[in-house]
Design a binder for this molecule. Structure first.
Ligand code: AHR
Length: 307
């Protein structure tokens, strides 16, 4: 399911086009949609034959896709692991078949780093820290308790683990910050809304929502409005990603701060793939450059935002 092969106009056979097998997490968020588009467009531009499959947020589907790429003897496998653990066996299979693997967007927790050539993506701990720092700065003149609820990303995923850890590290410096509820919203709008509704029911005083991505924040905004509260005012909202809909909500004053996570990994991924296939040395870690946005900065950036 979800498999497709973009032929990129290849005449079929005979040419020495690089074949990449790419296993995507799913289509859970605006970020993911932009990431998929970036990968597909960049493959086309780079003349790489892309075999693409969507795992619908299930690790077993990703393992199946990777095994099928090994069987098809692709030149390189790239994937964005839905969760961090449980990859050693299949990565060993790729290594035994001499097919290089590139991790993109999300990391694995394998001890054996020879199982992949490089990891291209954001520093999610840093993103969490930036979110925490904004909060610390916002409340620096107040001694009152700040009640925070957290919408976590997909359980066990690198961005959920790391964004929680980075944020926690910064806010734990001051005991006035209290995370009173924290639960997964699976990085989706629907789940974000559902979990926020439950948070609102069981917690009469919520000051801040920290959502691990824009989509969950956008779902939560619906829940907050549904409860007769004003998002961005009664409850301050911090999210991560900076996709178009998130930036619009930020410009409209419904979100207060967004930490950027760039989905535009395609061009760098194709460059790395070409090098890896040629047997060239690549850096083991390539970190994406990203920024943060206030409401004013969102208004300025929106007209030129590509996704
Ligand atoms: O791995 C990146 C995360 O996955 C994005 O922040 C989130 O929106 C997506 O679902």
């Amino acid at each position: 399911d979800g498999d497709s092969s973009a032929s990129n106009g290849s005449s079929g056979g005979g040419d020495d086009k690089i074949v990449m097998g790419f296993s995507q997490v799913g289509a859970e968020s605006g970020w993911r949609t932009a990431n998929t588009k970036s990968v597909q467009e960049s493959a086309k531009e780079a003349g790489i034959d892309l075999k693409f499959s969507d795992a619908q947020q299930k690790q077993e589907n990703q393992i199946k896709a990777i095994r099928s790429y090994i069987q098809q003897k692709v030149d390189v496998i790239a994937f964005s692991p839905v969760v961090e653990s449980g990859w050693d066996t299949v990565l060993k299979e790729a290594q035994n078949a001499k097919i290089p693997v590139i991790l993109t967007d999300r990391a694995v927790d394998s001890k054996d780093t020879s199982l992949y050539k490089t990891f291209l993506g954001s520093d999610f701990v840093e993103e969490g820290k930036k979110a925490g720092q904004w909060l610390v700065d916002q409340y620096k003149d107040s001694k009152d308790t700040v009640n925070i609820v957290e919408l976590q990303g997909t359980t066990g995923s690198a961005p959920a683990n790391d964004r929680k850890a980075g944020f926690g590290e910064i806010i734990s410096a001051d005991p006035k910050f209290k995370v009173i509820a924290s639960q997964s919203g699976d990085f989706t709008r629907a789940k974000g809304k559902e979990v926020m509704e439950a948070f609102l029911k069981s917690n009469p005083k919520i000051d801040v929502l920290y959502a691990h991505n824009d989509d969950m924040g956008l779902g939560a905004i619906e829940a907050i409005e549904g409860a007769g509260k004003v998002p961005g005012k009664d409850i301050k909202i911090i999210t991560v990603d900076a996709v178009h809909d998130g930036m619009q909500a930020l410009a409209d004053g419904k979100i207060n701060y967004i930490v950027e996570c760039s989905p535009l990994l395609g061009p760098q991924l194709m460059d790395l793939a070409k090098k890896v296939v040629k047997g060239e040395q690549v850096p083991p870690r390539v970190v994406t450059e990203e920024t943060t946005f206030t409401q004013e900065q969102a208004k300025e950036a929106l007209p030129n935002r590509k996704y």
